[in-house]
Design a protein around this ligand. Sequence first.
Ligand SMILES: [Zn+2]
Length: 500
Amino acid sequence: MNTIYFHDTMQGKKVEFVPRIPGEMSMYVCGLTTSNDSHVGHARTAIVFDVIRRIFRKNGYNVTYISNFTDIDDKIIQKSHEENITPKELAEKYMHRYIDVIQKMHISEPDMYPKVTDHIPEIVTAIETLIENGYAYESSGDVYFHVRKSEEYGKLSKRKLDDLLSGARIVPGEKKKDPLDFALWKEAKPGEPSWDSPWGKGRPGWHIECSVMALKYLGNHFDIHGGGQDLIFPHHENEIAQAEGITCEKPFCRYWIHTGWVTLDKVKMSKSIGNVFRIKDALQQYHPNVLRYFFLATLYSSPLEFNVEALQRAEKNVERIAISMRRFKTIVPRKTTERTEIENQLEEFCVTNHEEFHSQLRDNFNTPAAFGSIHLTLRELNRILDVQGTISAAVYEKIHLYLTEYFETLGFVDIENTTFLYDTEELVESLTNLAMLFELTIPEDQASVDDIVSLFIEKRAHARKNKDFALSDKIRDKLQECNIILEDSLGKTSYRLEKQ
Ligand SMILES: [Zn+2]
């Protein structure tokens, strides 16, 4: 079995993955609070862990992947009043909407989506255990986790209790002894959903659910716990304190993986700020394959800016792949095992590239580098098809197998039939016609929108150099009629596509 390396937040460095049980990988990822439509930040997390699961599977692991739904909390209760439905109805509405967009995005779902409200008895038992073990106390109907009792508190987020204390306050109405403590159980307020407990009617605090459900479905010391970077503190820190307080065993889980923020205008996308871009809106403008490419073109742990330029870059890349794949799928291979000299080289190149592809993914899930391998394979393939039109069946089969495997591992569905913001064929056709007007020669096969526009940009730069501004303006205006907007900046010209 091949070794997989990745950055573990707890150890603060890249480590070799050693599973709890050989050949098995168990993973828990914090899911959605179902109080609103999910935004593209949630989509990133879902895609990243979908791909991480695929990479482990490809490397021979049997994967169990669990992600929860928080279906009761303050926001859900508040929003249910606004929408004039019960909190349960509200949670179910957004849960179904989430599952719907996740399926539309072709994100393969976790093996299970446990919900908080289905686990109240287990949560109550866990809180009783924490009280028995001296980590929690009851205070007039509420139960709090006593942070100072947890000796290693802060070990994931690398925070010290004294530093935390300076920012901690007791909010009026809270009945905790120490500002650092957090609620495990909250006494019911009138009109709120509540459940029976030894401390009276109430509902669980936010953090306890993940400790309880992860331990229930994956057991002590499961392999990987994941989530967005913003959950490291306090949520994941609290999960560890609770779980290790319940089981009296360490560690809660063996490794921690966190995805980076998605930003909009450089500010972290967040429901509380309101700068969100919903997944369903993104899907109206971009094909799922384009969105997937966009998310995976940046390393999972880096911040990612959600903007039109980056999405159009992803679109151009997917278009390039789709064109090459369509070409590849329509060639008729020679029915022979004999290879020409350049086919031998192509085959060799593809074998090396195939190894590279997988070793890049095994090295901290480096999807941007893996895209590089795909583009290189297709470029080489196109080069040889330009020379000899087709290839032998044996080489064809091998490359076909590799390419299928690449797209499967990264979770692309039917990539050659990806549709774009614009109708590619139509746009290529009108650009080709326009090119004749400007006496530009377009390479016959597989010219992408990007390739053709580059020719126009070159021609225009040349015209400007010769002070033929009438021509350069004409080029710009004619392109604009095709919804292609040229932009000059720092002596370079780029373009963007404007939706019709
Ligand atoms: Zn969680």
